[in-house]
Design a protein around this ligand. Structure first.
Ligand SMILES: C[S@@+](CC[C@H](N)C(=O)[O-])C[C@H]1O[C@@H](n2cnc3c(N)ncnc32)[C@H](O)[C@@H]1O
Length: 378
């Protein structure tokens, strides 16, 4: 009888998620335009998954690859506590700022930082590879002065100010755009750096102020998910909503490389642990689809420890082209999960918006990705 009730509940859940997943006309999220992030969720996807597979009262939502924090923001909107993990410090900064409290004294801290930076004509410019190729000397001085001034701002305001600086770095550099790695001449003056930084900080502040005043707790952990002990999650998880890095598709470390250098992080350390980074497929390591299978096995081991019985794990994952062959990553996930008492309860294909595809996916003519929902049965 109990089993039948579960089946009926599953069927009902399945019915609520059967309709269209393409979200062609979805509106950008107010927090989405604050800082770029590649391959982020359309907010409607985690929203719909949270509504269809809500965790039991008191349990958290987990995104083990939280990126810019879309799942965490949607969990907050749904009134649920959440935990996010990401390897990339820029992802963690974005997730922390967009789900965290509004820093008190921001306006004062911002004007003091800009005043101090404008007056500093000889800051310590960090050692960054190929710095002169990507940043004009006067822009280097402005960025270094801002980074130095932010380091002395009141602690509660620092993350927001660092995110504001991160958001403008590619714009004031010689890099053509976030997705075009050519050095070009841009009409950016030193004073523009301070103006753009101020605008960026105020925009973040306004977006944070527009959120509902009461928001459930969100915890964001900077870590390699494959080596994170289950105890570090520190909460019972009732729902996982995530989009794992696609093997040989996007390169998050590369996309944020100069942001990381300027904020004092080491992009090469991030690259070394990044799942799916293209470098791992073409360097001496020659990763294969089997490497991804092993990585997903390690992820499932963790989920098996933190997700409660009856909880759901939702994945949005595409296919990859590895050494000339198209690999179905959802299938790999599903096969690995079945060794850990997870069962498929829902699966559908959704069309990836043409503008969202990385060059490598477009090249492989990959146009859809899979939404896969598994349930922990034991
Ligand atoms: C598809 S993106 C997630 C985007 C996210 N859903 C959003 O809305 O912004 C995959 C994420 O996995 C992260 N990642 C890659 N390897 C990782 C690892 N070993 N441990 C934790 N996170 C990792 C990347 O930094 C990236 O942010």
């Amino acid at each position: 009888m109990d089993g039948m009730l579960h089946l009926t509940a599953d069927a009902a859940q399945s019915a609520t998620v059967q309709d269209n997943w393409d979200f062609v006309n979805s509106q950008p999220h107010p927090l989405g335009g604050l800082h770029p992030y590649p391959a982020r969720f359309i907010p409607a996807i985690p929203k719909k998954l949270i509504a269809a597979f809500p965790p039991r009262k008191g349990l958290s939502v987990l995104d083990p690859f939280c990126g810019s924090g879309t799942t965490l923001t949607e969990a907050q909107v749904a009134g649920l506590p959440s935990v996010g993990v990401d390897l990339n410090p820029i992802a963690v900064l974005m997730s922390r700022v967009t789900t965290g409290p509004i820093p008190r004294g921001l306006a004062k801290a911002l004007s003091e930082v800009v005043e101090r930076a404008e007056a500093d004509n000889a800051p310590l410019v960090p050692e960054i590879p190929r710095l002169d190729h990507w940043f004009r000397a006067d822009i280097q001085v402005a960025l270094a002065a801002l980074a130095g001034a932010i380091a002395t701002a009141p602690i509660p305001t620092r993350d927001l100010l660092r995110l504001a600086l991160s958001a403008i770095i590619v714009r004031v550099s010689n890099q053509e755009s976030d997705t075009r790695y050519a050095a070009i001449q841009k009409p950016v003056a030193r004073s523009d750096v301070f103006q753009q930084f101020t605008r960026s900080a105020l925009k973040i502040f306004e977006a944070l102020s527009a959120r509902p005043a009461s928001r459930p707790q969100t915890k964001v952990i900077e870590a390699n998910i494959l080596t994170l002990p289950a105890a570090a999650i520190g909460q019972q998880v009732g729902l996982v909503v995530t989009s794992p890095p696609y093997p040989n598709a996007y390169e998050y470390w590369l996309y944020h490389k100069y942001r990381m250098w300027w904020l004092g992080f080491d992009p090469l350390a991030v690259k070394a642990d990044e799942i799916g980074a293209r470098a791992h497929f073409f360097s001496g390591k020659r990763h294969t689809a089997e490497s991804f299978r092993q990585q997903m096995r390690e992820l499932m081991q963790l989920l098996d420890q933190v997700l409660v019985k009856g909880g759901h794990a939702c994945f949005v994952v595409g296919r990859s082209k590895i050494h000339g062959e198209v690999v179905d990553n959802a299938r790999i996930l599903n096969e690995v999960a079945s060794d850990f008492s997870f069962q498929e309860v829902f699966k559908t294909e959704r069309v990836i918006a043409a503008t969202k595809k990385s060059f490598n996916l477009s090249h492989a003519n990959i146009k859809t990705e899979t939404v896969l929902v598994l349930k922990r049965s034991k």
